[in-house]
Design a binder for this molecule. Structure first.
Ligand code: UDX
Ligand code: UDX
Length: 472
């Protein structure tokens, strides 16, 4: 049956990137056999089951339409390598936690291991496609490893960074703004590049497929993420100023975003950005700049991460001062734990920082999220469990609490019956909206004391006397 497939594609790494990307390729290229492998057998088992390992709108339908037809999941990495013509590598590249560059550089151990495994198993020429976000010049290291053995097998390394965002992965894959493919500019490099272009041409308009040299492609991915994160840190920095000046960040963002040169997207002030990529990729960019002696450039980008840490901590301090400078023994309902809406992913979620700090202040937490509670349990597993509970239903979670803190912009939270929630809370009732998703005036009218990002608080207290004054 395999003989009927035109080409065989393998993807190493069945994560948030590898899984959805391969499902889309399988869907759009029925002549290609697509196999996804991973070192984690539980993960592969879940991909084969009804309970996929990740939640992503539209993903289940996509996988069900292709699985067993031309999309396969397996743990046999060696066999996969042997039979593949094209190998996508999307293993994780976390921030290094040890040795030189700890806390900043990308940890490339999985990459190198994968390259060596490809070399050991391959019996025929292959195109290797870098999907993971990598430091510029990783392809060179990859090529050196692949050429290190006396073998006549030719490997061509391409860079094809993934720009999908979680929560919208299926849509982003179906209608990408652009597909970027970088290659060596040699005859074999250009030929391999064309093979990859031919795959995407099955559904992506030609003008949206950009080709370049390999180093520009690798660097573009890091820079794209750095630019997106920089916008959020810029608007978040201004949110602090708005709170001091009675300006409203939403009005400022709208006015600024109406300038076509700037554009309206990625200007939502928030409690800070999270997710597996932004922080890791910026720190990696900073590390590379330092490596080349570009200290000022490194500091410039590093400040994007600093503002993000500042924004998360600022939020916690607001909660503390607003609630009379003590949170000890107070019950706080956390609405949302995912790093953004429409995903169960909690990697680098600002909720982790906020919850950790609130526990340090001896608060009791009731955590609610429609998709991320399993991950939340793991993230907070090392903290005092007797002061944390996990409750799926938001009404139940908010019952009898002193305050609510919104951490994720789930649509669900816009539509809750806040009168009902207010009635069951301890008074004075506080709400801290870390995403500016709820109607603040309406909450205020119900009786809440409302604290949003980048706006003057709406409280029923006499604000001419600050809490600090009261204490004096
Ligand atoms: C990863 C990278 O973190 C990101 O930088 C890149 O842009 C895309 O790939 P993601 O898919 O979100 O992102 O990571 P993750 O969900 O952790 O998936 C990686 C998978 O690779 C895991 O399932 C892991 O088990 C697997 N893996 C890791 C291997 O199969 N082999 C390895 O040697 C290491
Ligand atoms: C990001 C990039 O968007 C994607 O192109 C890349 O391939 C991987 O990294 P992702 O991490 O899935 O994708 O999420 P994204 O939508 O970019 O959001 C990142 C964080 O920024 C989230 O915590 C989100 O809530 C926050 N954010 C986003 C804001 O705080 N304000 C905004 O205006 C936009």
């Amino acid at each position: 049956m395999n003989a009927s497939f035109e080409k065989k594609i393998l993807c190493i790494g069945a994560g948030y990137v590898g899984g959805p990307t391969m499902a889309m390729i399988a869907r759009k290229c029925p002549n290609y056999k697509v196999t996804v492998v991973d070192i984690n057998p539980q993960r592969i088992q879940r991909w084969k089951s009804d309970r996929l390992p990740i939640y992503e709108p539209g993903l289940k339908e996509l996988v069900e339409a292709t699985r067993g037809r031309n999309l396969f999941f397996s743990t046999d990495i060696e066999e996969g390598i042997r039979e593949a013509d094209i190998i996508f590598v999307s293993v994780n590249t976390p921030t290094k936690t040890y040795g030189l560059g700890a806390g900043m550089a990308a940890d490339l151990q999985y990459w190198e291991k994968t390259a060596r495994q490809i070399l050991a198993c391959a019996r025929s020429p292959k195109i290797i496609v870098e999907k993971s976000t990598l430091p510029v010049k990783t392809a060179l290291a990859m090529e050196r490893i692949l050429k290190s053995r006396e073998s006549r097998i030719h490997f061509e390394v391409l860079s094809n960074p993934e720009f999908l965002a979680e929560g919208t992965a299926v849509r982003d894959l179906e209608k990408p703004d652009r597909v970027l493919i970088g290659s060596r500019l040699t005859p074999s490099g250009l030929k391999a590049r064309q093979e990859l272009v031919d795959i995407y041409r099955n559904w992506v308009p030609e003008e949206n497929i950009i080709t370049s040299d390999i180093w520009s492609s690798e660097l573009s991915k890091l820079v794209s993420n750095a630019f997106l994160a920089q916008r959020i840190s810029s608007i978040n920095a201004i949110s602090a100023l708005c709170e001091k000046t009675e300006a409203d960040i939403r009005n400022v963002a709208m006015a600024v975003g109406r300038d076509g040169r700037i554009g309206s997207r990625f200007l939502n002030a928030s409690i800070g950005f999270g997710g597996s990529c932004f922080k890791k990729d910026i720190l990696n960019l900073v590390y590379i700049c330092r490596h080349y002696g570009l200290e000022e450039v490194a500091e410039y980008w590093e400040s994007v991460v600093h503002i993000n840490e500042y924004q998360k901590e600022r939020f916690v301090r607001h909660m503390l001062t607003a609630m009379f400078n003590t949170l000890a023994g107070k019950k706080i309902c956390i609405l949302g734990f995912a790093f953004k809406a429409n995903t169960g992913d909690t990697r680098e979620s600002p909720a982790i920082h906020v919850c950790t700090r609130l526990l340090e202040e001896r608060a009791e937490l009731v955590i609610s999220d429609p998709k991320a509670l399993d991950n939340a349990r793991l993230d907070l597993g090392h903290l005092e469990q007797e002061r944390i509970s996990f409750v799926q239903d938001p009404y139940e979670a908010a019952r009898g609490v002193h305050a609510i803190a919104v951490m994720t912009e789930w649509d669900l939270y816009r539509r809750l019956d806040y009168q009902k929630i207010y009635d069951d809370m301890i008074k004075p009732a506080f709400i801290f909206d870390g995403r500016n998703v709820i109607d603040h005036e309406k909450l205020y009218d119900i009786g809440f004391n409302v604290y949003a990002i980048g706006k003057t608080p709406l409280t029923h207290f006499d604000e001419s006397e600050s809490v600090q004054d009261l204490q004096a």
